[in-house]
Design a protein around this ligand. Structure first.
Ligand code: FES
Length: 107
């Protein structure tokens, strides 16, 4: 897999701690979350039935799907509770000044 370029998706001032939003990286919908001042990015699609995670709730470092309440870690992408079984993809996050940049993690 070739290394992807980092792409700017937001500004640090766009999200306060405890907030999350959906951004786009190429054709991916990505959930961008601010957890106590650190930014994390995971795929926005719940692996259960494609609920849009950014429309759910952020509870510290866990996002709760708005459809059937599965929890995922926004840090690792791990599916923490049923009904989701599969993890979601994570993205690398880089802060440059006030810019938030992300890229696909190299597997
Ligand atoms: S679609 Fe996310 S828990 Fe069902």
């Amino acid at each position: 897999m070739t290394e992807q370029e980092f792409v700017q998706v937001a500004q640090t001032g766009d999200l306060s701690p405890g907030e999350m939003t959906m951004v786009k990286l190429n054709r991916d919908q990505v959930l961008l979350a601010n957890v106590a001042g650190t930014f994390y990015a995971i795929n926005n699609m719940c692996t259960h039935m494609m609920g849009r995670l950014a429309k759910g709730f952020l509870d510290d470092s866990e996002v709760i799907c708005p459809f059937h309440s599965a929890r995922f870690s926004v840090v690792t992408g791990e599916a923490l509770t049923t009904p989701a079984k599969d993890n979601v993809q994570t993205y690398e996050v880089k802060i440059s000044g006030e810019e938030i940049l992300i890229r696909q993690s190299v597997a």
